[in-house]
Design a protein. Structure first.
Length: 394
């Protein structure tokens, strides 16, 4: 008789509600740095619809963290999308936004999740302990409380894989001060806790050794259902924990140290990606930092850089719903582009870190090409209110 017994895999999303009204959510793919799968997104949407955002909900607040101690969430499972695109039969329509294919379903349901998280009246606490990237930003940035630790590594690295800073990035990046949003979105730079506090992306700094105590306190107290009172109750606990921690040295913030240069090169006076490059070239004589930024930008997809610049310019004038609709149009067009497939191949599959972008230069990316990425998808345009099928899927 075999001693080997089949084991049921743990759910990728764990949720537990305390008697006091806290919903405790754990992103549970530690070996993949808790990268979001379509199943995780749909489970989260079901949780939001059927428990957290329900009219008679008993959830006063919800806390979200990542399993494993290395990451909150390192992004979306783009490698699976890459594999689907690779395996699709010849002649399959790509990037039309139609239901039933991974490269449409994942982004549609993810963006709906981003919207519901932003619209939730229950305050969200996100524990940014470890890597917070891409989709991990989208699942937390719209929450009321965003807790950085000494281990936080935050980034929007999409231009390195032929994409752009999506998951609602166009709704908040343009509103960061002094060109920080364009700098973060285009370069994919990694930010630490000092950066996040300076840019007001993190609301609190609490060291990792205090997190268990914070979670225990939030689980133990009675959290009112009234949003104003629940925010007050949660904030009191986070504030009390924060005052026991020594805040990170502001001098460790690269975006603070180089804030003047970032403002000059990436700020509102820059009229194009080429203009940003020109300004950085002018800064090179005064220090190595601008040279390093230029080196980074030249590794990115030229199309992605121009898409990001245009996305942030348009997003500054839109509400979140409009931004997500715009981003869904862009991302579907990215699925047709060779740059996404090449970026994933180079960084995540073959790992040669040598993508061959097409076009390979900024000059070859025309304004007409960029404009086409923003065209409506007809009946398949994203409507965060219309499509409720995901709420029935496990």
């Amino acid at each position: 008789m075999s001693t080997n017994q089949a084991t049921t895999p743990e759910p990728q999303l764990l949720a537990e509600q305390s008697k006091g009204g806290l919903m405790h959510i754990t992103l549970n793919r530690p070996k993949a740095l808790n990268a979001l799968t379509l199943d995780m997104v749909r489970s989260m949407n079901n949780l939001l619809v059927n428990q957290i955002n329900k009219e008679d909900s008993k959830v006063g607040a919800f806390l979200m963290k990542g399993a494993g101690g290395k990451a909150f969430c390192a992004g979306g499972d783009v490698k699976t999308i890459w594999q689907e695109l690779k395996d699709l039969p010849a002649g399959t329509e790509i990037g039309a936004g139609q239901a039933g294919v991974m490269h449409s379903d994942f982004f549609r349901d993810e963006y709906i999740m981003n919207y519901m998280l932003a619209e939730s009246t229950a305050p969200q606490v996100a524990i940014w302990d470890g890597f917070v990237m891409g989709g991990g930003v989208g699942v937390s940035i719209f929450g009321e409380f965003r807790v950085a630790t000494e281990k936080t590594v935050f980034a929007m690295p999409e231009t390195a894989i032929g994409l752009f800073p999506d998951v609602g990035g166009s709704s908040w990046l343009p509103h960061l001060k002094d060109g920080i949003g364009a700098y973060v979105g285009m370069t994919g730079c990694r930010l630490n806790a000092a950066d996040l506090l300076y840019a007001n992306m993190a609301t609190h700094f609490i060291t990792s050794d205090k997190l268990t105590e914070v979670e225990s306190s939030l689980k133990t107290i009675s959290i009112p259902k009234d949003p104003v009172q629940s925010r007050k109750a949660v904030k009191e606990i986070l504030d009390a924990a924060q005052v026991t921690c020594i805040k990170p040295d502001r001098n460790t913030s690269a975006i603070l140290t180089h804030s003047d240069t970032i403002s000059r090169c990436f700020g509102k006076d820059s009229t194009s990606v080429e203009h940003i490059f020109q300004k950085l070239e002018e800064e090179v004589m005064d220090g190595a930092w601008a040279k390093d930024v230029l080196k980074t930008l030249r590794k990115m997809s030229p199309t992605s850089l121009k898409l990001t610049f245009e996305q942030l310019k348009r997003g500054a004038q839109l509400d979140l719903k409009g931004c997500l609709r715009m981003e869904y149009r862009i991302v579907q067009n990215c699925m047709r582009s060779s740059d996404f497939r090449e970026g994933i191949r180079a960084l995540l599959v073959d790992r040669d870190n040598n993508p061959k972008w097409d076009p390979s230069s900024l000059e070859a990316v025309s304004d007409e090409k960029i404009k086409a990425y923003f065209e409506p998808l007809g009946d398949n345009d994203l409507d965060v209110f219309a499509d409720k099928n995901w709420a029935k899927q496990e």
